[in-house]
Design a protein around this ligand. Sequence first.
Ligand SMILES: *[C@@H]1O[C@H](CO)[C@@H](O)[C@H](O)[C@H]1NC(C)=O
Ligand SMILES: *[C@@H]1O[C@H](CO)[C@@H](O)[C@H](O)[C@H]1NC(C)=O
Ligand SMILES: *[C@@H]1O[C@H](CO)[C@@H](O)[C@H](O)[C@H]1NC(C)=O
Ligand SMILES: *[C@@H]1O[C@H](CO)[C@@H](O)[C@H](O)[C@H]1NC(C)=O
Ligand SMILES: *[C@@H]1O[C@H](CO)[C@@H](O)[C@H](O)[C@H]1NC(C)=O
Ligand SMILES: *[C@@H]1O[C@H](CO)[C@@H](O)[C@H](O)[C@H]1NC(C)=O
Length: 202
Amino acid sequence: MWSLRAAGATLCVLGLTAFTNGLYYIDDQDSSITYNSSAGVGYNKKWLKYSHENSNLLAVSVNETFLFDKTASYTQCYPSDHCSITIPFNGTGITLYVAQDIGDIYNTTISLDNGPATNHFAYNDIKAQVEAYNATLYDIQGLNWTTHTVRVELDPSGSRLLFDYAAVAGDQPPGRNGAAAAAAASLLAVAPVLVLLGVSFW
Ligand SMILES: *[C@@H]1O[C@H](CO)[C@@H](O)[C@H](O)[C@H]1NC(C)=O
Ligand SMILES: *[C@@H]1O[C@H](CO)[C@@H](O)[C@H](O)[C@H]1NC(C)=O
Ligand SMILES: *[C@@H]1O[C@H](CO)[C@@H](O)[C@H](O)[C@H]1NC(C)=O
Ligand SMILES: *[C@@H]1O[C@H](CO)[C@@H](O)[C@H](O)[C@H]1NC(C)=O
Ligand SMILES: *[C@@H]1O[C@H](CO)[C@@H](O)[C@H](O)[C@H]1NC(C)=O
Ligand SMILES: *[C@@H]1O[C@H](CO)[C@@H](O)[C@H](O)[C@H]1NC(C)=O
């Protein structure tokens, strides 16, 4: 029985690994995200929840239908506005997605875990003549499994940004949409194998 018990234990570990290596999404409206700015008066400088109704006041126009969870966060920053987004996550990688109007350039500096900031921009070529959704602003994978923080700052000489969502290779915090479903699926995947092996832990 020792070998079967060992096999059972191994399967349990594999099951947990499969769960913790999942992919999950953080919507721009998620409470774990911190948006900072000098919060000036008016539509520029402040972070706003994008909507088609206020798009005539903004410098971008996209269709909410194609946004993740139908929402995105917008700002247009000038020097000294200190516009930034800070996103903590548990896992081994993160990809940041933006939505862009025709011809938009978003120019940012991004740092991970307070490391050096590097320049990252997303450009939706005006020649394409279509809005862009799911455009990648930043992607990093293969990190150590731990809690990380990614921080996006807008180009100090001025930029706008319409941030849509992040995809994380990692561990969805408990209590969020999808976490329970993922855990249940993982248990369902492991249990039948244990039954097939006739594994009993005692
Ligand atoms: C947030 O913005 C304020 C300006 O309103 C700035 O003084 C502060 O340093 C910023 N904080 C962070 C964490 O960027
Ligand atoms: C957004 O896209 C949907 C689906 O294609 C379309 O029905 C709707 O009219 C579009 N809205 C605008 C404001 O263009
Ligand atoms: C963007 O990616 C998400 C997640 O993969 C997907 O559900 C959605 O359909 C994509 N949106 C568009 C407009 O392609
Ligand atoms: C990371 O995991 C820890 C321990 O489970 C949890 O307390 C924390 O809220 C998680 N943080 C994020 C950003 O998911
Ligand atoms: C982004 O901003 C930096 C610093 O101002 C500048 O050197 C760079 O050319 C800009 N990149 C784009 C694509 O506009
Ligand atoms: C990742 O973890 C390994 C083993 O603990 C460690 O040697 C390495 O320095 C870590 N890398 C980073 C970037 O923290």
